[in-house]
Design a binder for this molecule. Sequence first.
Ligand SMILES: *[C@@H]1O[C@H](CO)[C@@H](O)[C@H](O)[C@H]1NC(C)=O
Ligand SMILES: *[C@@H]1O[C@H](CO)[C@@H](O)[C@H](O)[C@H]1NC(C)=O
Ligand SMILES: *[C@@H]1O[C@H](CO)[C@@H](O)[C@H](O)[C@H]1NC(C)=O
Ligand SMILES: *[C@@H]1O[C@H](CO)[C@@H](O)[C@H](O)[C@H]1NC(C)=O
Ligand SMILES: *[C@@H]1O[C@H](CO)[C@@H](O)[C@H](O)[C@H]1NC(C)=O
Ligand SMILES: *[C@@H]1O[C@H](CO)[C@@H](O)[C@H](O)[C@H]1NC(C)=O
Ligand SMILES: *[C@@H]1O[C@H](CO)[C@@H](O)[C@H](O)[C@H]1NC(C)=O
Ligand SMILES: *[C@@H]1O[C@H](CO)[C@@H](O)[C@H](O)[C@H]1NC(C)=O
Ligand SMILES: *[C@@H]1O[C@H](CO)[C@@H](O)[C@H](O)[C@H]1NC(C)=O
Ligand SMILES: *[C@@H]1O[C@H](CO)[C@@H](O)[C@H](O)[C@H]1NC(C)=O
Ligand SMILES: *[C@@H]1O[C@H](CO)[C@@H](O)[C@H](O)[C@H]1NC(C)=O
Ligand SMILES: *[C@@H]1O[C@H](CO)[C@@H](O)[C@H](O)[C@H]1NC(C)=O
Ligand SMILES: [Zn+2]
Length: 723
Amino acid sequence: MKPHSVLLSLAIGVSFANGCQRDFRVISPRDSLDKRSAKDRAPFPPALDDNESILVNSFDSVSIDQWSYYYTHGAHLAGTNRSMAQWTADRWAENGFTSSVVPYWIYLNYPVSHSLFLQFSNGAQLATTLQEDSVEEDETTTYPNRIPTFNGYSFSGNASAEYVYIGRGEQADFARLKELGVPLEGKIALAKYGGPFRGLKVKNAQENGMIGTILFTDPDADGNMTVANGYVAYPNGPARNPTSVQMGSVSFLSIYPGDPTTPGYASKEDSPRADKSAVVPHIPSLPISYRDAQPFLAALDGHGTSGEDVNRTGWVGALNATYSTGPSPDARISMSNIMRDAITPVWDAIGIINGTLQNEVIVVGNHRDAWSIGGAADPNSGSSVMIELSKAFGALLATGWKPRRTIILGSWDAEEYGTIGSTEWVEDYAPWLKTAAVTYLNIDIATSGPIPGMDASPELIEVAKELTKKVIWPNVGSADVYPNQTFYDVWLNKTGANPGVLGAGSDYTAFVHSGISSLDISAGGGPEDPIYHYHSHFDTYHWMTNFGDPGFVVHKAMGQYLSLLLYHLANDEVVPFNVNDYASALSSYFESLQETVAGAGANVSLNLSELASAIDTFKTAASDVTAFKEQAVAAEDRDKITTVNHSFRDFQRGFISQGGLPGREFFKHVVNAPGIDSGYGPVTFPGITEAVQAGNLTLAAEWVKKTSAGVRAAAEILSPYDY
Ligand SMILES: *[C@@H]1O[C@H](CO)[C@@H](O)[C@H](O)[C@H]1NC(C)=O
Ligand SMILES: *[C@@H]1O[C@H](CO)[C@@H](O)[C@H](O)[C@H]1NC(C)=O
Ligand SMILES: *[C@@H]1O[C@H](CO)[C@@H](O)[C@H](O)[C@H]1NC(C)=O
Ligand SMILES: *[C@@H]1O[C@H](CO)[C@@H](O)[C@H](O)[C@H]1NC(C)=O
Ligand SMILES: *[C@@H]1O[C@H](CO)[C@@H](O)[C@H](O)[C@H]1NC(C)=O
Ligand SMILES: *[C@@H]1O[C@H](CO)[C@@H](O)[C@H](O)[C@H]1NC(C)=O
Ligand SMILES: *[C@@H]1O[C@H](CO)[C@@H](O)[C@H](O)[C@H]1NC(C)=O
Ligand SMILES: *[C@@H]1O[C@H](CO)[C@@H](O)[C@H](O)[C@H]1NC(C)=O
Ligand SMILES: *[C@@H]1O[C@H](CO)[C@@H](O)[C@H](O)[C@H]1NC(C)=O
Ligand SMILES: *[C@@H]1O[C@H](CO)[C@@H](O)[C@H](O)[C@H]1NC(C)=O
Ligand SMILES: *[C@@H]1O[C@H](CO)[C@@H](O)[C@H](O)[C@H]1NC(C)=O
Ligand SMILES: *[C@@H]1O[C@H](CO)[C@@H](O)[C@H](O)[C@H]1NC(C)=O
Ligand SMILES: [Zn+2]
């Protein structure tokens, strides 16, 4: 994700939840802000019942601060800190959850040494520090055991060659470079962050014959909040520290998340290991700061085609250069990136409260591993909230309350390399989860700023939206909208209050593609809020307490919200889904698909009538089951309510009944998946949409059939035939 997603939201109508593997997401224009009006305000103060009050009042910013302090003062890169997993399980256990630490043995790599030089034909050479500043006042940036700046799963090797600026490195950028005749073969790629997932930039470079990739942060991501614009840089001000580097995985996330050596099965100590070469790069890469990137860009000025003439979205950034393609005969890159491979244990912490019904389960998860010692926002703002949430449920359990449905908490390791801890756990328990799981709730970056957002399966939107009206939101930073405000008011005012479609930004991925209803929440900064140093050593407790969320008030509100959502999903007699909303979403995705087909050219025609008819079948099933539910509730007929709950629990399994998407078997959901060339942003009806975009109408027609069959399968599960 890009820290200042909201900045982009307002400009081009996008929504977001700050998952840690993601940039930003586009929502459709019908979700735009202009429907907002003051009468849409939630009542204040919100009315809560006794149990809701116990949960909400249990949240305390002072203890969240303590949990945050703990998580942000010790290294916890994937697979390096078992004691932090145990500590998490112990806190949950103190609050009444039966907790344990579950290991998986996964393939990871760690940095050994690296170097990067800009070499000029006159023999001059510029060495790049490849380091972020250590700043006195931010203690953990000075820890000697902080990891060097690197990319997880990057290739171990050297490269030395002329280089080409490739913009954001998406396939369309490469198409433009080829059209312009820019030589790529044997060159090194200089790529700007933003747009597609970083691993896909490397993949695209590799597939075009390039031999290395340098990834840089551009200050254009920061809108007006820049040093060039007069703002003071961190640690003394809200602007980006010029040495800030975005680390992160370069796995091919849109092909396969999880351990690349165990596709489709859990990574146990003795598991067979598959060839990983289709999922990780075989050219080296290094991430650098904007300060370090400046001379590399400037050295291409006047060579190749200027950025203005390239004329591609996101191509020209905010540094002092023309963003020319190069190459320049006068400038070469010499890079070395030496990594150490390991098959090593990682540790998930799992906490359970058995419900009265053990065949209905709600899972709530957050990852624990971070690139930096800190990880104050990504992901440990979520981890701190999860401890406080366990405390809130402990308080409720103390009153004699027992959940109707089983509650499971997950603290995932190795998310950062490719949502690994969660994927391996889902693969481990797949048969049971597919029987019992009702919903997965994800919280990754709970807080990197004051504006809330979420992505959700459509049937969850109604309950998720109603509950935002029950949480008081703090008047901080750009979230100061009304004197007395709720989560809902701020969310509506700032983003339009419409949950986005789930792509593959965080640990919900394996759940979604197992046909499990999911939701992901997050709060981030707007254009006037301090810059969040995403995946950098500056994502620290010091930043959080001085800039991100002083007083942990946003953390608290996010936790209160997540608790209410969990409570209702686990406790309401009828699973609080509105499946008619799923039907409406299908219709709206269908309209977009028609636009995609129409936009693909006059000679493209695809018969979508089978899909239209499957959507009608689904619509009828959704409205039938809703009517059946209302009758069952009115008659207090427990058996029929159970029938409805099980239809709700299971219907999404129908969407995954058709085998995986072309070339990426893991991704099975026929309605939504990450884009093959975006990596985290979602594509709806992905099998059809991407085949049309690739110009393969045979494949598109095949996927019209498969998608229709998936929609019909979901409709059949939803229909309460036995009434
Ligand atoms: C694990 O994290 C804890 C808490 O931050 C820290 O105290 C401990 O030193 C870390 N362990 C290792 C091996 O780095
Ligand atoms: C939950 O119930 C299952 C099945 O009855 C049992 O095996 C397990 O020990 C229980 N777990 C907890 C945490 O009580
Ligand atoms: C940046 O500032 C300019 C001038 O004040 C303003 O017009 C523009 O909307 C601002 N952009 C953002 C993203 O805030
Ligand atoms: C840039 O591309 C757009 C279409 O993508 C085109 O409409 C516009 O004319 C182009 N501008 C220049 C300067 O070539
Ligand atoms: C931008 O670069 C040009 C040419 O390299 C240089 O003359 C100019 O001083 C630079 N401007 C700034 C603001 O650094
Ligand atoms: C790779 O580059 C490093 C740093 O320049 C150098 O020490 C090492 O010998 C090189 N390795 C190979 C195989 O060329
Ligand atoms: C709250 O929980 C108690 C059990 O502690 C239960 O008896 C009561 O019905 C619950 N209240 C509501 C409003 O659901
Ligand atoms: C805010 O809410 C409190 C409590 O309901 C109320 O006393 C106060 O008048 C409200 N303030 C405003 C400005 O509405
Ligand atoms: C809501 O947002 C708009 C645009 O950002 C702003 O102009 C307005 O004052 C905000 N507040 C309310 C109460 O609507
Ligand atoms: C489209 O397919 C349907 C069957 O799914 C068929 O009945 C209809 O005739 C087809 N339409 C065209 C224009 O081929
Ligand atoms: C459509 O026509 C264009 C131009 O004739 C051609 O390049 C393209 O490949 C065609 N697309 C399909 C899907 O047949
Ligand atoms: C189109 O997809 C089909 C599979 O349905 C495949 O056999 C064929 O090779 C693909 N065509 C192209 C040009 O990729
Ligand atoms: Zn994260």
